[in-house]
Ligand binder design. Structure first.
Ligand SMILES: [Fe+2]
Ligand SMILES: [Fe+2]
Length: 309
């Protein structure tokens, strides 16, 4: 039997803090080299291109359903314009929550540390991203798609009271699935140039955010007390359920002239859609499984979200 002495615990804790500073230092160096000002980087005056998609068709919720097969090409492209606006609106909602979580995270930490400096850098990135998403929604002439009031208010509670590991688990949920879709969007020449530019900028800057959140969550799942780890599993599972429910606002179907209820039912029954969402979540669910977040009730909530098989 091995016994852990106080000095070993202290050494491990110091090691984790050193690791935290080193990760943040690398992320700061990368931010200094590859950060973008979307207002200057993208050509906002260029007209939208006829016949081009606003999101890759295979990543649209209705793709390959009976309803999809009955739609004209123009109507499908119109759906892509609305779904892209719905995802952009979701992105802004999520980033505003994240900014508050990060501000809370650093409130008690040493202000000159790399870890705090990087958090502030990330908040600045998210400010630019949210403005970029709002600008692209406007440029495409699309409406905004807020999440249902209930979830808007549930998130108000989460962003105010969630503890550190829960905050970083929610961060990854919001970042990794959309990131997976954006990695397929920016190289796709069927897609509008402006959308490709927006997703390229987002992918480059989000890669650092994912790294920061993963490293912190991994440390937290080692150091947090048992009750907090369990709370993280449950709150993260519930967040996955809310996230998948809010992912595409059903109003998009109405706005392209489709029957909303029928469209929602067909998306729910679509094997292609389930596969897309699970593929999008896989990198994240593998990681969460690895660090012990996907257990018990939390795991069952993830399964009921449809993001985990
Ligand atoms: Fe972002
Ligand atoms: Fe981010």
């Amino acid at each position: 039997m091995t016994t852990v002495t106080d000095s070993e615990v202290l050494r491990d804790a110091l090691g984790l803090l050193r690791d935290r500073e080193e990760v943040a230092e690398r992320l700061l160096a990368s931010s200094a080299k590859h950060s973008f000002d979307p207002d200057k980087e993208l050509d906002w005056d260029a007209p939208l291109e006829d016949g081009k998609w606003f999101w890759p068709p295979e990543l649209l919720s209705l793709y390959d359903t009976p309803m999809w097969r009955g739609m004209s090409e123009d109507q499908r492209i119109e759906l892509s314009r609305h779904e892209a606006a719905s995802l952009g609106s979701l992105g802004i909602w999520f980033e505003i929550i994240l900014m508050q979580l990060l501000v809370r995270h650093v409130y008690d930490k040493p202000v000159t540390s790399n870890h705090v400096r990087y958090a502030l850098t990330e908040i600045a990135d998210e400010c630019r991203h949210s403005m970029m998403f709002a600008r692209v929604i406007q440029k495409c002439g699309s409406p905004t798609y807020p999440v249902p009031r209930l979830y808007h208010n549930l998130a108000r509670v989460l962003k105010t009271v969630s503890t550190t590991p829960g905050s970083f688990a929610a961060t990854l949920l919001g970042e990794e699935i959309l990131d997976w879709m954006q990695r397929l969007t920016f190289p796709d020449d069927r897609v509008q140039t402006l959308m490709r530019g927006v997703t390229r900028i987002h992918v480059v800057e989000e890669a650092r955010h994912v790294r920061y959140a993963r490293e912190e969550l991994r440390r937290q799942m080692v150091t947090a007390p048992a009750w907090e780890r369990e709370l993280t599993r449950v709150s993260c599972g519930e967040a996955a359920r809310v996230f998948s429910t809010c992912f595409v606002n059903p109003k998009v179907y109405e706005n392209v002239g489709l029957d909303r209820r029928e469209a929602v039912a067909q998306v729910k029954a679509s094997g292609h859609r389930r596969e897309v969402m699970q593929n999008g979540a896989r990198r994240l669910t593998d990681f969460l499984d690895d660090i012990g977040v996907l257990r018990g009730v939390g795991r069952r909530l993830w399964q009921s979200s449809g993001l985990l098989a």
